[in-house]
Write a protein that binds this ligand. Structure first.
Ligand code: PBG
Length: 326
C-alpha cells in the first residue's frame, strides 16, 4: 500500500517549507509596549518580566531607536506616575508622565514610527481601577467616560497617533471619538481593546506599573468563559467608530481572536500580555523550554489565528531575528 497523496512532500526541506509557509511574521506587524516612569534616574528592571524595564525618558528614546532600526511597526506607551489620586489627575495633566513621554518621543520619532498610548486610568488612580468610583465604591461608567474624553484630548495634543482604549467602559469608543473630533483631532486613530478578559495573565503588568489595585476588574473586563460576548464587544466598538479592534490576552483567547478576525472589517490586533511573556521567560530560565523557538511559535500562532498585528514585549527581538534569518 503506497499512498499517492503525500502531504510530507511539502515538508521535505527547509526551502520547500519556507516556500509553502502559510504564516509569516513581518516586523511591521509587531508593536512594542513600553513603560515610562516618573522620577527615575535610571531604568528600573521589572522583576516579573525579565528583560523589561520601567524606562526613563532617555532610555525610552534609546529603546525606540532600536525598535525603529529593527523595523518594528510602532510603540505603545504606558505611564508610571509617582503621584496617584482618586480621579487619576496625572492622566489628563499635560505634564503627567505619560503625556510628557508621548510629547518627547513623538517630537523625536513621530515621522519614523507610530507613537501610541494606553488610554486608561488604572496607572493613575490610587485605588487602581480603570475608572472613577461612585459613592458605593463601584466603578462609575459614565463619569469615567468624561475622564477618558479629557485624557484622549491630552494624549492627542501630546502627539499620540493611536489611542489604545483599554478601560472596558461601555460607550468609550463613541465618546472618545466625539471628544477628539470636537477638539479638532479627526486624524487621531482609535485602537479599541474590545475583547478584554479579566485574566490572571495581567499579574506582572501590575508590578510594571506599580499598581495599587486591590480586588479585581470583573465588573468591566470579561469573564474568561465568554466567547460570544468577545465578538459582541468587538462589533459594538466597530459600530462606535473604532479604527482597529483588539483581543487581549492573545494565546489563551485564540478562538475569540479567530471569531473577531472573521467578522471584522477593520484591522484586528492581539496583545500578548505580561503573563504570557513571564510564563515563557520563567520556564526558559529553568531550562525547561526552548525560549527562542517558543517566542516565535507563540507569535506565529497569534497571527495564524487572525491577528494582523501583535503587541508583544518581544517585538524588537523577534523583529531582529526575522532580519537575521531571512
Ligand atoms: C490597562 C491595561 C492593562 C494591560 C494593558 N492595559 C492592565 C489591566 O487591565 O489590568 C495589561 C497588559 C499586560 O499585562 O501586559 N491600563
Amino acid at each position: 500500500m503506497s499512498p499517492t497523496i503525500r502531504p510530507r512532500r511539502l515538508r521535505q526541506s527547509a526551502p520547500m517549507r519556507r516556500l509553502v509557509a502559510e504564516t509569516r511574521i513581518h516586523p511591521a506587524q509587531l508593536v512594542l509596549p513600553m513603560f515610562v516612569a516618573e522620577g527615575l534616574s535610571e531604568p528600573r528592571p521589572i522583576t516579573s518580566m525579565p528583560g523589561q524595564v520601567q524606562h526613563t525618558l532617555d532610555s525610552a528614546a534609546r529603546e525606540v531607536e532600536r525598535a525603529i532600526a529593527a523595523g518594528v511597526g510602532g510603540i505603545m506607551l504606558f505611564g508610571v506616575p509617582t503621584h496617584k489620586d482618586a480621579v487619576g489627575s496625572g492622566a489628563t495633566d499635560p505634564e503627567g508622565i505619560l503625556n510628557r513621554a508621548t510629547a518627547f518621543l513623538a517630537e523625536r520619532f513621530g515621522d519614523a514610527t507610530v507613537v501610541q498610548t494606553d488610554l486608561c486610568l488604572d496607572e493613575f488612580t490610587d485605588h487602581g481601577h480603570c475608572g472613577v468610583l461612585a459613592a458605593d465604591g463601584s466603578v462609575d461608567n459614565d463619569a469615567t467616560l468624561i475622564r477618558y474624553a479629557d485624557m484622549a484630548v491630552a494624549q492627542a495634543e501630546a502627539g499620540s497617533r493611536l489611542l489604545g482604549l483599554s478601560g472596558m467602559m461601555d460607550g468609550q469608543v463613541e465618546h472618545v471619538r466625539a471628544a477628539l473630533d470636537d477638539a479638532g483631532h479627526q486624524q487621531t486613530a482609535i485602537l479599541a481593546y474590545s475583547a478584554k478578559y479579566a485574566t490572571a495573565l495581567y499579574g506582572p503588568f501590575r508590578e510594571a506599573v506599580d499598581s495599587s489595585l486591590t480586588g479585581d476588574r470583573k465588573t468591566y473586563q470579561q469573564d474568561p468563559g465568554n466567547r460570544r460576548e468577545g465578538l459582541r464587544e468587538a462589533l459594538l466598538d466597530i459600530a462606535e467608530g473604532a479604527d482597529i479592534v483588539m483581543v487581549k490576552p492573545a494565546s489563551l483567547y485564540l478562538d475569540v481572536l479567530a471569531d473577531v478576525a472573521a467578522a471584522s472589517d477593520v484591522p484586528v490586533w492581539a496583545y500578548q500580555v505580561s503573563g504570557e511573556y513571564a510564563m515563557i521567560e520563567a520556564a526558559a530560565e529553568r531550562g525547561w523550554i526552548d525560549r527562542d523557538r517558543l517566542v516565535t511559535e507563540s507569535i506565529t500562532s497569534i497571527i495564524r489565528a487572525g491577528a494582523d498585528t501583535v503587541l508583544t514585549y518581544w517585538a524588537i527581538e523577534q523583529a531582529e531575528w526575522i532580519g537575521a534569518r531571512s
